[in-house]
Design a protein around this ligand. Structure first.
Ligand code: ADP
Ligand code: ZN
Length: 432
């Protein structure tokens, strides 16, 4: 059942003792980095004054901007020759940030992934097809080494080339996939085009979905189409990458690996902690990284803690699937909307296809939202009335949730832009 039973099922009090010990080490080590040395001096923070886990709240927050400013080596806490790997973030919201690892850092990171994959039921006998980009992006290599350590045959195919992906799945009896959810939806269209049914023609049984927000509806669609169990995988390059939080077989929230990360959830406006169960911004501190410790990193990701024990027996606390990033939030006519809300509604409607796009425009002082939705090909060849009634239904469903009325345009499959990496859902044409 467990990859590292002792750690995964540790009593909370022991886990907290371990966290405190590692927090103290991390903060003292961080002071070796030029960035934190200055940062501590500027904020009059003395690293030797951490005595309890609550003392972590006295450490100033680190932001993505701080990491950008410390480019390239400002956050290194060890001599450069101790490093063995560099990674970088995807740069979704601006210039990407870089992360460095020592050999021990990579070892710890790999463990969190083997542990996560094992937790979902993946075993040595599985064949693992890693459909994430290799290279600077953390999703490829992170999972790659985790799967190898688990002992599974690993196919490092990387992203893209849908037909080859399907061929590999069939020829080598792939059982486990690591895939971006929007790409999994897109790929289902390619399966259909080729008249290949993954339930009949492949041995797929598990998928890891990560790198972008997605709703329970999307998970449901993917599980249904591929005939497998899909598990949510969360991480960010500043905290290694994948392997920060992962779903267990209960599929009821993601366990945060608290022996590696100290977790806080704060109100993004007041910066004060919120109560368990209340949504806020996730803040993380590395507890086991020596090359480049990062303290109280504001992830900008919104989630909440799911209180109480998990039926799987693991004691590491769970978080709810991520709603979105604070900077993903769209403000239209004074209403706050996350793209995933729209995704959730659309993926719950059966005639809706696998892709959509949100376009924002400004006319005079008014903002308008246009939602372009791919629908099944058959609808375009059939009765126009059917198309119109679907358009009305989508408009109404969206309006009931987001409280503004978007213009809905229905388009044929494969007409909207798609990416091999994270989906770009929003096109904001509002000139500032
Ligand atoms: P960037 O921040 O430039 O996108 P990363 O590749 O490090 O670079 O991406 C990490 C971010 O991706 C997270 O902060 C989060 O916003 C998003 N993300 C990763 N996994 C998930 C997931 N399972 N659910 C929702 N969002 C996710
Ligand atoms: Zn669990």
């Amino acid at each position: 059942m467990f990859w590292e039973e002792k750690i995964e099922t540790m009593q909370r009090s022991d886990l907290q003792t371990l966290q405190l010990e590692r927090l103290k080490q991390t903060v003292v080590n961080a002071a070796n980095a030029p960035f934190y040395k200055n940062f501590f001096a500027k904020n009059s923070f003395d690293p030797s004054t951490i005595r309890t886990l609550d003392d972590a709240r006295r450490i100033p927050f680190t932001t993505k901007e701080d990491l950008r400013e410390a480019w390239p080596y400002g956050l290194l806490a060890v001599p450069k020759d101790e490093l063995v790997r560099m990674h970088s973030s995807s740069g979704t919201t601006g210039r990407s940030t870089v992360i460095f690892h020592t050999a021990r850092d990579l070892d710890a990171w790999t463990d969190t992934l083997s542990r996560s994959m094992y937790m979902t039921g993946m075993r040595k006998a599985d064949v693992f097809q890693n459909m994430m980009t290799y290279g600077l992006f953390t999703g490829g290599l992170g999972f790659h080494y985790g799967a190898e350590r688990l002992g599974a045959l690993t196919i490092p195919v990387g992203a893209g080339n849908s037909k080859r992906q399907i061929q590999l799945m069939r020829d080598f009896d792939t059982t486990v996939l690591h895939i971006i959810p929007s790409y999994a939806l897109h790929l289902s269209g390619v399966f259909e085009e080729l008249s290949v049914d993954p339930r009949r023609d492949t041995r797929l049984r598990i998928a890891f979905l990560g790198a972008e927000p997605h709703s329970e509806k999307t998970r449901g669609r993917i599980e249904e189409f591929y005939g497998l169990k899909a598990f949510n995988s969360y991480g960010l390059s500043e905290m290694n990458g994948p392997g920060v939080a992962f779903e267990c077989q209960c599929q009821a929230g993601l366990h945060v690996w608290e022996d590696n990360f100290l977790m806080e959830i704060i109100d993004p406006d007041t910066l004060e902690p919120v109560a368990d169960g209340v949504e806020g911004e996730l803040v993380l501190t590395t507890l086991k990284r020596e090359g480049m410790p990062v303290l109280r990193y504001r992830t900008k990701d919104l989630t909440r803690i799911i209180a109480g024990p998990c039926a799987c027996g693991r004691t590491h606390r769970r978080i709810e699937r991520i709603t979105g990033r604070t900077d993903d939030m769209l403000i239209i006519k004074g209403v706050n909307i996350f793209p995933v809300q729209i995704e959730k509604k659309l993926m719950g409607i059966s005639d809706v296809g696998n892709n959509f796009q949100i376009i924002l425009e400004r006319k005079g002082y008014n903002d308008h939202m246009i939602v372009r939705v791919e629908v099944t090909k058959e609808l375009f060849s059939g009765d126009l009335k059917q198309l119109e009634s679907l358009r009305k239904k989508i408009t109404e469903e969206l309006r009931s949730d987001i409280l503004i009325t978007p213009r809905v345009d229905l388009v044929e499959p494969n007409t909207l832009p798609k990416t091999e990496g994270k989906a770009v859902r929003v096109l904001d044409n509002r000139a500032d």
